[in-house]
Ligand binder design. Structure first.
Ligand code: PMP
Length: 294
């Protein structure tokens, strides 16, 4: 396996970053997780835009290299991968010294890929990449207030989500194994999963928490557009955990999971209903059209 580090393809074993890199020292880095289908990165422009925005938030607007898409393509080619998970990181780079970032930035840019088979669409009757429907558990860990950490910046600081996942582990037993945490915002309204956005269907309306305390996912945006394209009633707002638990259907979205039905929330059965299945199909069709030219 070869990764792209600072403009060069290197063997995985030699793909290393300095201990003085600020991405390592402080989480001072932006990143994106993307997915390639048939050698094409799905929604690359949206990922590149969010990466740019995160770098702007971090005060390093020039950090993303102009040839980033080429580096991603080279990494996929070098590993002979068509269907893959692609992770792109841009850190503020090596800066020995103290907390205050220097003005001049020499970013560290890393592209990592792993094989991620498409896993079969429902039409093909195949299994998807994730392990079945999500078992979701509310956790005590809250999303930080937007004034503390801008939620729309996708930085290497993932400790909030990691703390939520650790709570899941503590709540696990042989009989109950939650695999996604549901986090509330500072006011107690449902925000998002630790690595995903949340949707639910209530009385024929597709609902999802409004932006403010969540990462506006690219899959979330895609699903909202698909639903609106079908003239399906859509609403964003402030919702309580009870609203989710009482919903007719619920699902999670992220780049890797795509549209992933929720089996249970806090032990309460949800299951994939017709709206979830319709959106899965529309998402699959979009991947087909955009990446396979189908
Ligand atoms: N929220 C969080 C906290 C995430 O880590 C992710 C995954 N990047 C998402 C939402 C979903 O984002 P996307 O659809 O862009 O993958």
């Amino acid at each position: 396996m070869q990764y792209h580090v600072d403009g060069e393809l290197v063997d995985r074993e030699r793909a290393t970053v300095s201990v003085e890199d600020r991405g390592w020292r402080y989480g001072d880095a932006a990143f994106e997780t993307c997915r390639a289908y048939g050698g094409e990165v799905f929604a690359w422009d949206a990922h590149a835009e969010r990466l740019e925005r995160t770098c702007e938030t971090l005060g390093m607007p020039e950090a993303v290299p102009a040839d980033l898409a080429v580096r991603v393509a080279e990494t996929l080619d070098a590993n002979d991968l068509d269907d893959a998970y692609v992770r792109v990181s841009v850190s503020r780079g090596v800066q020995p010294g103290k907390l205050t970032p220097r003005e001049e930035v020499d970013p560290t840019v890393v592209v990592v890929v792993t094989d991620l088979p498409r896993g079969g669409r429902p039409a093909a009757g195949g299994e998807r990449v994730w392990d079945g429907h999500a078992v979701v558990q509310s956790v005590k860990t809250r999303k930080p207030d937007a004034s503390a950490l801008p939620p729309d910046a996708k930085t290497h600081n993932y400790l909030n989500s990691i703390l939520a996942r650790l709570e899941l582990r503590r709540a696990s037993s042989d009989a109950y194994r939650p695999d996604e945490a549901l986090l509330r915002d500072a006011e107690g309204y449902v925000a998002e999963g630790s690595s995903s956005n949340l949707f639910f269907v209530d009385d024929g309306t597709l609902k999802t928490p409004a932006e403010g305390s969540l990462l506006p996912g690219i899959t979330r945006r895609t699903v909202l557009d698909l639903a609106e394209g079908e003239s399906f009633p859509v609403e964003t707002g402030q919702y309580t955990p009870d609203d989710v638990r009482e919903a007719d259907e619920a699902f999670l979205t992220n780049t890797t999971w795509e549209v992933r039905p929720i089996a249970t929330v806090d032990g309460i059965e949800m299951g994939a209903g017709p709206v979830t299945r319709l959106l899965q199909r529309l998402y699959d069709d979009l991947v087909e059209r955009r990446c396979y030219g189908g």
